[in-house]
Design a protein around this ligand. Structure first.
Ligand code: DUC
Ligand code: ZN
Ligand code: ZN
Length: 465
């Protein structure tokens, strides 16, 4: 078995910052060597002098090649996982999507067929339950046997993914019986649809209306409702892509009551804002759901604070990229036809690194917690993923903390024609990435392979009270 020594760097995990060398044998970390430990015999030495060595990052929320209205998200598992690797992410959790009238097991099998053999990094799945009926409830047991321990439902998108409160409660009852976690897209879909119809009827069709018709209060209301349903049923609930301060408060209050309620936000809700939609049709580049919010209302500040104080546990991306030309432009005359989603998977870890190194938003250890350790624990992958310790997968990102880079569509690796973070200068640069002991990014080149990534059968949530 091949042996690699990462020498001279500083290992940063969620709990420790330690000057030591990392010995990799095959796919695993086999030793952390400090002080005057004798140098082992190895096949390869990576010089990590003045570098920080992080666990490969874990993005718990991506959407590769999914349909949204008339468009399909541009990154395939092949292109999206390579882009993730460039940014130090070595695990993604993506979503088979059962839509209304479709087979749940069929959606799982189709997504597995797309991902297997096409992913540069390891991947797991959360199952989207878009049609709650006898057959899909029976299929849930089969998908659970495949190592899918989290299920996503929507209080948004009536007619597409939407579930009634009774349907949400029914799947939560099923989950509380086996310990799996329910992910919720929390926005009040039917009230939003009313506002959308009214906006279109009065000719208010520009991208800004997308945000104006999805007010923060309707995100807070839906979060409140699904947390109460979780309390009623006993299922753990994890609210995805939180953009509104009301939801942070709902989760903090629920956790203070001892409820297993968890929250995720994404870099776009921290670094981007409502005004970006208010620039004519260019605003379509920033259309996602929930929408970007107004910092004057305190949403971004509440999200940063929630990530620091533990009200929010995870930073993921909801990566769902659509080209501006040809895809976002489907909604040129009507914002309701703009495919929702932003390209983020490559820059989540670099942005969080920047938040810690340059902006001192939180410590580097807390940064590792929210971007790697907590998502791994939340979704039953720890300590195989999310840390650097003897016996864990050798998923590692080596970073030069003194280097800088500028985000641009010209240089990014996502398969999409624009960047929503265009021109942003970041402190800290991911230089070298390993996935299960295989070098996949080195010397500014992708050196991995499209068939390296393996499906991850996951355990239950490891963060329950
Ligand atoms: N929100 C998005 O912006 N895109 C994909 C799905 C979602 O809920
Ligand atoms: Zn969603
Ligand atoms: Zn999503």
């Amino acid at each position: 078995m091949s042996r690699t020594l990462i020498k001279g760097g500083t290992v940063v995990t969620a709990s420790e910052t330690v000057r030591c060398d990392v010995l990799i044998e095959g796919e695993k970390v086999v030793a952390l060597l400090g002080g005057d430990a004798p140098e082992p015999t190895v096949d390869r030495v990576i010089d990590a002098t003045d570098r920080l060595i992080f666990p490969g990052s874990v993005d718990a929320h991506t959407h590769m090649e999914i349909p949204f209205g008339a468009a399909t998200s541009k990154d395939t598992f092949e292109t999206g996982t390579q882009a993730a690797a460039w940014g130090g992410t070595t695990t993604i959790i993506d979503f088979p999507i059962q839509m209304k009238g479709e087979s749940l097991m069929g959606s799982f099998e189709d997504t597995m067929a797309k991902a297997a053999g096409s992913s540069a990094i390891d991947f797991g799945f959360h199952q989207i339950v878009g049609d709650v009926n006898e057959q899909s409830l029976a299929d849930l047991d089969l998908v659970l046997e495949e190592g899918v321990t989290s299920y996503k439902l929507f209080t948004a998108y009536p007619g597409v993914y939407y579930s009634t409160d009774a349907e949400v409660a029914k799947v939560m009852q099923w989950a509380s019986g086996n310990g799996s976690t329910i992910l919720m897209h929390a926005e009040n879909g039917s009230a939003i649809d009313l506002l959308r119809e009214q906006a279109v009827a009065r000719g208010d069709t520009a991208p800004y209306a997308h945000a104006a018709t999805r007010p923060a209060a309707l995100e807070g209301e839906a979060a409140h409702r699904v947390i109460l349903l979780a309390e009623m049923t006993g299922a753990p609930v994890y609210i995805v892509h939180i953009s509104a301060k009301q939801v942070v408060a709902e989760i903090a209050a629920a956790r203070a009551r001892g409820t297993n309620a968890f929250g995720e936000t994404c870099p776009q809700y921290l670094y981007l804002e409502l005004a970006m939609l208010d620039q004519g049709f260019e605003g379509a580049k920033y259309v996602c759901s929930p929408p970007l919010r107004d910092p004057a209302e305190g949403h971004q500040a509440a999200l940063w604070q929630g990530l620091s104080n533990g009200a929010l546990q995870v930073i993921a991306t909801d990566h769902c990229p659509f080209d501006f030309e040809g895809q976002k432009t489907l909604g040129r005359d009507d914002f309701t036809q703009i495919p929702n989603g932003l390209p983020v998977v490559e820059h989540r870890f670099p942005l969080m690194l920047h938040a810690a190194l340059a902006e001192q938003r939180f410590s580097l250890n807390r940064m590792v917690e929210i971007s790697a350790a907590a998502p791994a624990k939340m979704f039953g992958l720890y300590p195989q993923k999310g840390t650097i310790a003897v016996g864990c997968d050798a998923d590692i990102a080596i970073v030069d903390p003194a280097a800088t880079s500028v985000i641009s569509a010209e240089t990014h690796h996502m398969n999409v024609d624009y960047s929503c973070f265009e021109g942003m200068e970041l402190t800290g640069k991911v230089e070298t990435v390993f996935s299960r002991g295989q070098l996949i990014v080195s010397d500014d080149r992708f050196v991995g392979s499209k068939s390296h990534g393996r499906y991850l059968r996951r355990g239950l949530n490891q963060l329950l009270f």
